[in-house]
Design a protein around this ligand. Structure first.
Ligand SMILES: CC/C=C\C/C=C/C(=O)SCCNC(=O)CCNC(=O)[C@H](O)C(C)(C)COP(=O)(O)OP(=O)(O)OC[C@H]1O[C@@H](n2cnc3c(N)ncnc32)[C@H](O)[C@@H]1OP(=O)(O)O
Length: 303
């Protein structure tokens, strides 16, 4: 609870009120006189703010979907659109992906999109997630994750899909694919993305146990490439970007494609079957029950 003008107001209500205020101010993103150092203007959507710097060719992309940047259908769609827009601008060579919410990078898939909905909704949701992953994983741009908060499950997938990861050093900023803890199974392309980052054995252990790593462990296992003090994460990501952008684009891009194509193709060749799997898995009573219990636990955490 927070005290506001003598009234006891749940902190969450304040956050939501803040969210509404910010929604109302959205036009400012379009109008802003440029996060861009070279006259480039900030742009974005309701949940994704893009601050492009035409001088460096780097855009900072910030997630803003309160309270926890869960990957709702809307956020997934807006991310794909923002990414596509930057890919189509010849000026841009790199993206720093980060969060505009304190303490949270992304809470992963939005559990409310996966509970108590109909099969058509599950299919639409899963297709949107596939779309985002395929685009992010294969983009010709350099993408560096500046992970400034907790990053479980789908949040970890987002980070793993980038080219380089910098994590802020705070024991609350856990990262990992914890699906088994929810009684669900990380899809094969989540698993493949992690294997490509930390190897088979470390992934098997992390996935079976649903491990959520604290910064030092995440660095040790290779889930992230760098851990820096809080407050330095974006600067460190920009420094790393300089190194990545020093490489000739064509050589780096072809190498990225060579390294990632087989993994992406594996999903591309069975996209529809993967959607059907997800829908039938999620439609099971036992899975719905497990997710509802988990969501309820999250909601009661503060109570
Ligand atoms: C078939 C297989 C398919 C897919 C694979 C699945 C992948 C996934 O990504 S599943 C989602 C997994 N995510 C998690 O397990 C994270 C759950 N959340 C948390 O652990 C914490 O919320 C946090 C560490 C991310 C943040 O903690 P904190 O700051 O203390 O916030 P709260 O826990 O109090 O949460 C605030 C508010 O947000 C709701 N919420 C949290 N996570 C989600 C989510 N993933 N989807 C939807 N909603 C979420 C939480 O219930 C609270 O809601 P209320 O304000 O209504 O109480």
């Amino acid at each position: 609870m927070a005290l506001l003008a003598g009234l006891r107001v749940p902190a969450r209500s304040l956050l939501r009120a803040g969210a509404r205020l910010r929604d109302a101010a959205l036009g400012r993103w379009e109008r802003a006189a440029g996060g861009g150092g070279d006259g480039a203007r900030s742009f974005g959507s309701q949940r994704v703010l893009v601050e492009p710097d035409a001088a460096t060719g780097v855009a900072v992309m910030k997630l803003w979907n309160p309270p926890v940047n869960s990957l709702s259908l809307d956020l997934l769609t807006e991310l794909v659109i923002s990414l596509e827009k930057l890919e189509n601008e010849k000026t841009f060579r790199g993206i720093i992906l980060t969060s505009d919410l304190p303490g949270i990078f992304s809470a992963g898939l939005d559990l409310t999109e996966m509970c108590g909905r109909n099969p058509a909704h599950y299919a639409e949701y899963w297709k949107a997630l596939q779309e985002l992953w395929l685009r992010l994983y294969q983009t010709h741009l350099v993408v560096i994750a500046a992970i400034n908060g907790a990053s479980p499950a789908g949040g970890c997938l987002l980070a793993l899909s980038c080219d380089y990861r910098v994590l802020a050093d705070n024991p609350k900023f856990i990262i990992g694919l914890n699906e088994t803890l929810l009684g669900i199974v990380a899809p094969f392309w989540f698993k493949d993305t992690m294997i490509n980052t930390i190897g088979h054995r470390a992934t098997e252990r992390a996935l079976q146990l649903g491990l959520l790593f604290r910064p030092a462990e995440a660095l040790q296992v290779g889930v992230v490439d760098q851990v820096v003090p809080e407050g330095q994460v974006q600067g460190a990501a920009l420094s790393a970007m300089t190194q990545w952008l020093a490489i000739p684009d064509h050589a780096r891009q072809l190498t990225k494609s060579m390294m990632r194509k087989a993994t992406a193709d594996r999903l591309l060749t069975q996209r529809e079957a993967d959607i059907q799997n997800f829908v039938s898995f999620l439609s099971r009573d036992s899975i719905q029950k497990a997710l509802q219990v988990y969501l309820e636990k999250l909601r009661q955490k503060k109570g």
